[in-house]
Design a protein around this ligand. Structure first.
Ligand code: NAD
Ligand code: IPM
Ligand code: MN
Length: 367
């Protein structure tokens, strides 16, 4: 069975980090016989510039057909003042919504070599390995009514937090399934103290637990307290399951536990397709980083690790994903650093391409 991959590099540093992922994909083809049928297309501002829309219907259709989509990043100042419907971010949100990618897995793992680099103390982050499962197709990102409306002599901006029981139940199942393969613990985060959607969230997660996953340890926390606990003692968590907006915030926070936003990959998964593989889009947690775009300074590791997640979750190649993670661990242990992983005392950082090459070399050494 051919493994089909659609690559959408996007904007800003997206194409820069994706170029390094292409090298890694080629390496697995040449050295491990894992051949991918790769196609590439536009998304975000790049698609808007070419077609007047951040995602064409043809690209959307292609994304629905392939085994996995790999996305770099979208957005940037050039497109910030566009009408809302054609902003680059809408392209990404359309992919998530139409592919029904409801479970966004955002693992935060602190590589030992970076434990001293985190803004938190070494003992707080060393050995950290947590998984945030962010609901990705519902909540305030998509709820209706939404918009900016006139009310008397002023305007009002409205977004609606909305969750159905089935939307909550399916992402809860994803979290419980993952926990069973990890430390068997799930912490659910919402604000049941102030939001009805949070009350329902808490109830449904508990029901799914009691009926289907009584063996998994379940706890819950208000999301604000969860943010505090994540910085106080993150190792208390195994799997965190939370809604779309809280998950967005908490995963950026978790990124800094690992040293840099340039380190955090993600997998956005939907229901299984006919071939048993989940609908899937893989993307780094970071954005298009306009402040460093075009300078060859971006850290490609988050995007490369996102391809690693594709190996694991779409292509059933867990051993090869482990190989890739080990190679990255070795490169970091050797002291190789992109600029985002360096403190004020400095040193000479590796460029994006040099980091990619160092990872290829470390991959060679795993053979
Ligand atoms: P950002 O993640 O792009 O950047 C935040 C900071 O982290 C910047 O200082 C940046 O230089 C740094 N950074 C991020 N990734 C890095 C990497 N790989 N290597 C080194 N440094 C890195 O977030 P932002 O500045 O808030 O947003 C910029 C644009 O990206 C906006 O248009 C936003 O909407 C978009 N965005 C897109 C995605 C996505 O495509 N998935 C995610 C987040 C933000
Ligand atoms: C992310 C980003 C996106 C989000 C934006 C770019 C739509 O911040 O993937 O974390 O808010 O989900
Ligand atoms: Mn985000």
């Amino acid at each position: 069975m051919a493994n089909t991959l659609l690559i959408l590099p996007g904007d800003g540093i997206g194409p820069e980090v994706m170029a390094e992922v292409r090298k890694v994909i080629d390496w697995f083809g040449k050295k491990r016989g894992l051949v991918f049928d790769v196609s590439e297309d536009l998304v975000g501002g790049a698609a808007y510039d070419a077609h007047g829309t951040p995602l064409t219907d043809a690209t959307m259709a292609r994304a629905q057909e392939v085994d996995a989509v790999l996305l770099g990043a979208v957005g940037g100042p050039k497109w910030d003042s566009l009408p809302f419907e054609v902003k680059p971010e809408r392209g990404l949100l359309r992919l998530r919504k139409e592919m029904d990618l409801y479970a966004n897995l955002r693992p935060a793992r602190c590589f030992d070599a970076l434990a001293d680099f985190s803004s938190l103390k070494r003992e707080v982050v060393a050995g950290l390995d947590i998984m945030i499962v962010r609901e990705l197709t519902g909540g305030v990102y998509f709820g209706e009514p939404r918009g900016i409306f006139r009310e008397g002599n002023e305007r009002v901006g409205i977004n609606t937090q909305r969750y159905t029981e089935s939307e909550i139940a399916r992402v809860a199942r994803s979290a419980f399934e993952l926990a069973r393969r990890r430390q068997n613990r799930v912490c659910s985060m919402e604000k049941a103290n102030v939001m009805e959607s949070g009350v329902l969230w808490r109830e449904v997660v508990q029901q799914v637990h009691d009926a289907e996953y009584p063996d998994v340890e379940l706890s819950d926390m208000y999301a604000d307290a969860g943010a505090m606990q994540l910085t106080r003692w993150p190792k208390q968590f195994d799997v965190i399951v939370t809604d779309n907006l809280f998950g967005d915030l908490l995963s950026d926070l978790a990124a800094m536990l690992t040293g840099s936003l340039g380190m955090l990959p993600s997998a956005s998964l939907g229901a299984p397709m006919g071939n048993g593989r989940p609908k899937a889009l893989y993307e780094p947690v970071h954005g298009s980083a306009p402040d460093i775009a075009g300078q060859g300074r971006a850290n490609p590791i988050a995007c490369i690790l996102s391809f690693g997640m594709a190996l694991r979750y779409s292509f059933d190649q867990g051993t090869e994903a482990d190989r890739l993670e080990t190679a990255i661990e070795k490169v970091l242990a050797s002291g190789a650093r992109t600029a985002d992983l360096m403190g004020p005392e400095g040193g000479t950082p590796l460029s994006t391409a040099q980091m990619g090459d160092a990872i290829l070399k470390a991959l060679d050494e795993t053979l």
